[in-house]
Design a protein around this ligand. Structure first.
Ligand SMILES: *Cc1c(COP(=O)(O)O)cnc(C)c1O
Length: 381
């Protein structure tokens, strides 16, 4: 069959450019300071101002943000980090990179997020951190566990890779007190730098520690180093700084973020309305009132066949994510997680990015309706 799908639905996700990114990139290229720069610091201040927090530490990726945040929280060999199996594998690699091990837990299948009871039941004497994943951009509120966690020296390091711009109640994600927040500014995230990540530290001491960790343990600034015959390495560190080139993109994207946030909310709402008549389809609820949705995920019967049919019809369906506890690399930490396994067999992400129109949504839903097992499609289709 000829692929007649509108072009914007062929990809599951893609970056959205506002225009001035190209000129900003060119300025950065000409300036010739491609590592850490004053522009990176400008981006840090701009994000911190947007969130209403004192500081943000920019890093090379969301994965690096998680690894460094866990290290800053004292995570290391012998420690356990509680994490949902339902996440991108980057969350798990960040834990392993510190020498700690993941303790996989279940999710609520309606939100694909963890809740406090699952966390409480998984705490052991080895637990050093809890890593909630803000799936789809939805905030995870563990404040009821605050005293329990604090008394046992357990940090909350949240994987907010999906959740830039979302709120927990009235508080922006990243501004919740006592939580280390990690954002990804990767290509398809709500706010993109091309590549990049950011950490919202809990204290100024933690911010200093993170700045050492991201720059090979060297704390002097670029200017100080240029004017001296030596530098000192104060502790362990990685090369995980954000590039000036990426900050140039991020600054433009942040200026236009309100447009993207509104667009994402409208798209998700349009999907929710149009999917309602499909009786076999269960939409994962992102709490759109408080959330800047990262994606649009459904549970469907006969997922693998429907997925293939959508792909055949030019629709960029995706699966986010196959569970981690059954991945070969993470076998050592496998435990039975029936809810995650069942959900993982049925979930599918529909094309979702700011360049899509309402017509694109209508097209995707109509192809989906025809691809479903007949008794699960609506009578009207
Ligand atoms: C994208 C993502 C990451 C990793 O971010 P990168 O910037 O790609 O390193 C981590 N966790 C989740 C849930 C993600 O979606």
């Amino acid at each position: 069959m000829i692929n007649t799908a509108p072009t914007e639905v062929t990809r599951n996700a893609r970056p959205f450019l506002h225009g001035p990114e190209a000129a900003a990139m060119n300025d950065a290229l000409q300036a010739g300071q491609y590592g850490h720069s004053s522009r990176v610091e400008e981006f840090e201040h701009a994000v911190a101002d947007y969130l209403g927090v004192p500081d943000m530490v920019a890093v090379a990726s969301g994965t690096a943000a998680l690894q460094l945040a866990l290290l800053a929280a004292g995570t290391g060999p012998g420690d356990e980090v509680i994490v949902p199996s339902q996440t991108f594998c980057a969350s798990v690699h960040a834990i392993l990179a510190t020498g700690a091990r993941p303790r996989f837990i279940e999710i609520n299948p309606h939100t694909l997020c963890i809740d406090e009871d699952q966390v409480r039941a998984a705490i052991t004497p080895a637990t050093r951190a809890v890593l909630p994943v803000l799936y789809g951009g939805r905030a995870v509120d563990l404040s009821a566990l605050h005293d329990t966690l604090e008394s046992q020296g357990i940090s909350v390091v949240q994987d907010a890779a999906h959740a830039f711009g979302s709120r927990s109640g009235t508080t922006l994600v990243g501004a919740q007190p006592g939580v280390l927040t990690c954002f990804s500014f990767g290509p398809i995230k709500n706010l993109t730098c091309g590549q990049g990540g950011g950490i919202i530290p809990r204290t100024t001491a933690e911010a200093d520690a993170l700045r050492g960790l991201r720059s090979l343990g060297i704390t002097q600034s670029q200017q100080e180093r240029a004017a001296a015959t030596t530098y000192s390495v104060h502790g362990f560190g990685l090369r995980a700084t954000m590039s000036d080139l990426n900050a140039a993109i991020g600054l433009v994207q942040l200026q236009h973020f309100a447009t993207v946030a509104a667009k994402r909310k409208a798209l998700w709402t349009s999907y929710a309305t149009r999917l309602k008549p499909l009786t076999g389809v269960a939409l994962v609820d992102v709490d759109v009132e408080h959330t800047v949705p990262f994606n649009c995920v459904v549970h469907i019967p006969d997922r693998d066949r429907v997925f293939r049919e959508l792909r055949r019809r030019g629709i960029g369906a995706g699966v986010h994510y196959p569970p981690n506890h059954t991945q070969p690399a993470f076998q050592a930490w496998n435990r039975p997680l029936p809810v995650t396994e069942e959900s993982g067999r049925h979930l599918m992400s529909l094309p979702f990015h700011p360049a899509m129109s309402d017509d694109d949504v209508r097209h995707v839903v109509s192809v989906l309706a025809h691809a479903l097992p007949q008794e699960d499609a609506c009578g009207a289709c």
